[in-house]
Design a protein around this ligand. Structure first.
Ligand SMILES: NC(=O)c1ccc[n+]([C@@H]2O[C@H](COP(=O)([O-])OP(=O)(O)OC[C@H]3O[C@@H](n4cnc5c(N)ncnc54)[C@H](O)[C@@H]3O)[C@@H](O)[C@H]2O)c1
Length: 255
């Protein structure tokens, strides 16, 4: 057993650090000794996160705005991090943006927006980071969703469910291709987590009550419920774990 921070000295690239789970991840990983490189579409909120990390004694640099749906921009962000630190140990693909709508109401633009901002950005970042991870081994954590596992009768999430199903499949294949290089790849599948991304849906008390009633644990999830697991998966304590998915849903999918 060791009492050293779990991620001491590891260079962790975390996407979407402007808010929600990305901000919580930056704070938690930095608290575990990781050197954080963040990014977001939103420059102001990303800088707030970096300031919060530094205020707690952690180390974080951030680049924003960066649109990871743009392949060249994603590569530039990754290469800048590798040049600054000389290594990349962890890639935490957290950022995403989606559009909801039932199948017959989804426009071509809605569909392409969701694929770009839920699948393409993960591919762009991972491909650029791959040779750096392969240098000494590393970990890829991709955020999927329960939407990638089960359908919904109430939320019209066709594009989102499709994209998150792709992340689950992509990650299994990354694990297969990464193992010879010492790269592990895992997914986390959250249920409903209270973040800026879900605020709009969760303001209606009736909706909140209905969603909580679906869970075994009688509350909605918080970003902190997800990022502790992510830190474990990024650490050497998870050295024998790859290609697996981890559900964080308050027991919703167990019943
Ligand atoms: N909140 C939930 O209930 C929930 C449930 C299941 C899965 N997830 C997943 O968890 C992850 C984090 O979700 P969250 O709720 O914290 O989201 P959020 O919307 O609060 O934060 C996502 C961040 O990603 C950034 N981002 C989006 N597209 C980007 C791009 N192209 N380039 C750079 N940055 C970009 C946004 O600006 C935002 O700051 C996402 O992958 C999401 O799909 C969330």
């Amino acid at each position: 057993m060791t009492t050293a921070p779990r991620l001491d000295g590891r260079v962790a690239l975390i996407t979407g650090t402007g808010g929600g789970q990305g901000r919580a991840a930056a704070l938690h990983f930095a608290g575990q000794g990781a050197l954080i490189v963040g990014c977001d579409l939103d420059a102001e909120s990303a800088e707030e996160t970096a300031a919060a990390v530094k205020a707690t004694g952690g180390q974080m640099t951030t680049n924003a705005p960066v649109d990871l749906g743009d392949s060249a921009a994603a590569r530039a962000w990754v290469e800048r991090a590798a040049a600054a630190h000389g290594r990349i140990d962890i890639v935490y693909n957290n950022a995403s943006a989606t559009r909801f709508g039932p199948v017959d109401m989804l426009s071509d633009d809605d569909w392409r927006f969701t694929m770009r901002n839920e699948i393409d950005l993960v591919f762009h970042v991972t491909r650029a980071a791959w040779p750096h991870l392969a240098e000494r081994g590393g970990v890829i954590i991709n955020v999927a969703s329960m939407a990638g596992h089960i359908g919904s009768r109430t939320v019209p999430m066709l594009a989102h469910a499709t994209a998150k199903g792709a992340i689950l499949a992509m990650t299994r294949q990354l694990a297969a291709e990464g193992a010879p290089h010492g790269i592990r790849a895992v997914t986390i599948s959250p249920g409903i987590i209270e973040t800026p991304g879900t605020t709009a849906q969760l303001t209606d008390p009736a909706v909140r009550t209905a969603l909580i009633a679906q869970n075994l644990l009688p509350r909605l999830g918080l970003p902190e419920d997800v990022v502790g697991l992510a830190a474990f998966l990024a650490s050497d304590d998870a050295a024998y774990i790859t290609g697996a998915d981890f559900v964080v849903d308050g027991g919703m999918s167990a019943i």
